[in-house]
Ligand binder design. Sequence first.
Ligand code: TYM
Length: 336
Amino acid sequence: MRKRVFSGVQPSGILTLGNYLGAIKRFVEIQNEYEAFYCVVDYHAITVPQAPDSLRSQIAHTAAFMLGAGLDPDKMTLFVQSDVPTHTQLGWIMECTATFGELSRMTQFKDKSQGKESVSGGLFTYPALMAADILLYDADAVPVGEDQKQHVELCRDLAERFNSRFGKVLKVPEPLIGQTGARIMSLQDPHRKMSKSDPNPAGYISLADSPDDIVKKIKRAVTDSGREVAYDPDEKPALANLITIFAHCSEKSINDIVAAYDGKGYAEFKKDLADVVVEALTPIRMRHDAILADGSYIDVLRHGARRAHDVSSAVLRRVKEAMGLSLYIDPAGVRI
Ligand code: TYM
């Protein structure tokens, strides 16, 4: 039997090059090797306020970009989290499994809540829902970017705690993180990750950016002092980030790129970098546009939700049974 993977992407804005290189490109590469479940996690997106029209449209865009990037409905399952009620059901159980101290230590919560007058309870308990997402599919592995590693580790701890209380019910998953590309940084500040919630759009390349926008953003990207195209993440983090992006978009090694620009300046490097990024993203954007226009993503999501519901209901049933919760009506809503 093939091993399973599960991963999720928030529809909280247009996806960035960071989402693509750190996660979605990988989702596509492994869809043959694993039995894959990928989820547009809209319940996670509402941990911060979302306008209904824009949330609705972001869900469609996110699914269309994931399919446009090469996810194949015949090979993997793609669905929207709020279509499958088992997620919030196991989410509550995981909230009761996690401790306040554990959730308080999550660095993403600390970052996102810092300086805010008011944050939702959901932003705090979010990693428990994420653990439920993963555990519902008996996932062996979770492909994510580096920023999600702490959450996957919490998921492992929760699964182990649950199993030690109630018997071997949950599969303990492993994070699957690329060696490079797992942390694509802002084009304006190499110490911050590239993020779709960056208030300055010059910091990120979105998958919807036109070739012109991409060229402009790369031209304006900060570089470090000096003239030489050298890969040194400690001393030249901005340039190292650009070289990493080049490597992932062109499928060339970092060493080959550094050798190719020996004796050439930043300007030539940036011009070629813009070309490889445009070349990598244009087909994805065009397929996204076509998928959105013909509405073919809707059937994919409908079919995906049914399959996700079948698989996850069986796991939820196992969990409820082990804990002594009621089973008069099973999670699929069928009277037993
Ligand atoms: P999200 O929506 O922020 O990001 C989706 C995926 O993209 C990766 N990523 C990056 N990788 C490299 N460089 C970057 N700059 C960059 N920015 C984002 C993320 O690591 C992620 O893999 N909590 C998750 C969503 C989630 C989830 C799950 C993931 C909910 N349930 C279950 C895995 C399994 C999140 O907010 O991802």
